[in-house]
Design a protein around this ligand. Structure first.
Ligand code: NAD
Length: 456
């Protein structure tokens, strides 16, 4: 398998992928070690993960460089990602004892009722490339803290980063027999599905997620899916500073080249502020520097996957054919090597356009004029996905009234494209099943056992 730098199209490495035999051996190694890893004290596992976090902080410069050349992410955003991952680890470590320890629910002279949180066992994780540290930490850290062993398949577009994560975990004291990588792409992922693992945690597209869920179903083990979205954002007519809102929401749409699961994917703007919003939004997009991911001033790097360029081109062509106005960008950059696409802003879009219906996962946004909150809410709800939704308004009641009625895992008032370790990260409908982060995310890697202790 070749690792290609998406910004230069140079080959960075050639890596041997794992075959069925090797994966089976790795699983057996994990299976043998899991009971003794689970028997270690939680304090021991917390100490090991704290060391892992310290190593991430220590090596942030070299790790962010590898991430940038491997996925095309601007270097400043790579450093932000690793810092963000360290922040998440801190929250998980600070709360592990509270949420993974036994809980006494009833206690009297005759009866004690307790819940203990037991690890699932040996679990598989199949991961995405867009935030390999953040998405990795969401599963690896709580899984290991809870006493599981893990077979972790990084995306084939982020294998070097996956290997770096493995190296640092082992340097921190995670035994070789507790964490193993599964190297490769789709075929390796499918081989993981054939193994008798005790749980599957997947981050990726709905198209892949639904196949995985169908394959895993007969095993009757946990199958958690964190999938894509078509996240809507509404700008009401009472916002105090339309310029500031345009700048913040443009960042929500284009940060990491729009390759965020919770990136703003479609924008609805009240007709009273539409023109002012569009002017400020386009001015902001024009101000960004696009270029080498290693340049400190770059805001837009290369797209990670070459095949996504064709998706974006199709969405632009479809929108223009149906009457949208191209306000900025619109094409791949042919004057250079690498998978670059100009940040693209489409105005006067309608709900039937692909750019408003299908996940774009790239630097492109459709902006639509709406008459009032009711129309905004109806259009925001009109999707198969259910990850996040955002409302910008001076009035919390107005935002609540809309967000309460949307079938999404996350609601944002006057913010967007953000994740907090303290809150559950979860999708609904085609955006997934289950939650990571928060107390729910710590317990997602456990099974509760109910203890009824009756005095004789
Ligand atoms: P993808 O579905 O193409 O691949 C994801 C992973 O699945 C990769 O490791 C890949 O090798 C593996 N895979 C592919 N086919 C498989 C199969 N048939 N069986 C088993 N494994 C298989 O997605 P991607 O391009 O890596 O990531 C982008 C998608 O991920 C977007 O839709 C994005 O919204 C979503 N995502 C969601 C979240 C979230 O938290 N909800 C976070 C990050 C990314």
């Amino acid at each position: 398998m070749l690792v290609i730098n998406p910004a230069t199209e140079e080959i960075l490495a050639e890596i041997q992928t794992d075959d069925a035999d090797l994966l089976s051996k790795k699983m057996q190694l994990l299976r043998m070690a899991q009971p003794s890893w689970a028997r270690q004290t939680l304090q021991h596992r917390i100490g090991v993960i704290a060391k892992f976090r310290a190593l991430l902080e220590q090596e942030i410069d070299s790790l962010s460089r590898v991430l940038s050349i491997e996925v095309g992410k601007p270097i400043r955003q790579s450093r932000n990602e690793i810092r963000g991952a360290c922040g998440r680890i801190t929250w998980l470590l600070d709360h592990a004892e509270q949420y993974l320890s036994d809980e006494t629910m009833t206690q009297n002279d005759e009866l004690t009722e307790t819940i203990s949180y037991e690890p699932l066992g040996v679990i598989g994780s199949i991961s995405a490339w867009n935030y390999p540290y953040l998405v990795g930490v969401n599963v690896i850290v709580p899984a290991l803290l809870a006493g599981n062993c893990m077979l972790y398949k990084p995306s084939e577009y982020a294998t070097l980063t996956g290997s770096a994560i493995e190296r640092l975990l082992k340097a921190a004291g995670v035994p070789d027999s507790v964490f193993q990588l599964a190297i490769g792409g789709k075929t390796t992922g499918e081989l993981l599905l054939d193994l008798p693992l005790d749980g599957y945690f997947f981050t990726g597209s709905y198209a892949t997620g639904k196949q995985i869920q169908a394959r895993v179903a007969p095993k009757m083990v946990t199958c958690q899916l964190e999938l894509g979205g078509k996240d809507p954002l509404y700008v009401a007519d009472d916002v105090a500073d339309i310029n500031a809102v345009a700048i913040a929401t443009a960042d929500g749409a284009f940060y990491n080249n729009g390759q965020s699961c919770c990136a703003v994917e479609r924008i609805y703007v009240h007709q009273a502020v539409y023109d002012a919003y569009i002017a400020a939004f386009v001015a902001e997009v024009q101000s960004w520097q696009l270029g080498s991911p290693l340049d400190e001033t770059t805001y837009l790097g290369a797209m990670t996957r070459k095949d996504q360029i064709a998706v974006l081109e199709r969405q632009v062509a479809d929108a223009l054919a149906k009457g949208a106005t191209l306000l900025y960008g619109g094409t791949a950059l042919a004057d250079r090597k690498g998978y670059y696409f100009a940040p693209t802003v489409l105005g006067n879009v309608t709900q039937d356009m692909a750019v408003m219906r299908e996940e774009s996962f790239g630097p492109i946004i459709g902006i639509m004029r709406v008459a009032n909150d009711q129309e905004a809410q109806r259009l925001m709800a009109d999707t198969e996905y259910g990850l996040t939704a955002a409302v910008y308004s001076s009035d919390p009641d107005r935002a609540q009234a809309i967000l309460r009625n949307l079938d999404v895992g996350t609601g944002y008032w006057n913010c967007c494209d953000r994740v907090s370790a303290a809150l559950p990260w979860s999708g609904r409908k085609h955006s997934g099943i289950g939650a990571t982060l928060s107390h729910q995310g710590l317990r997602a890697f456990t099974r509760p056992k109910a203890w009824h202790w009756k005095k004789p």
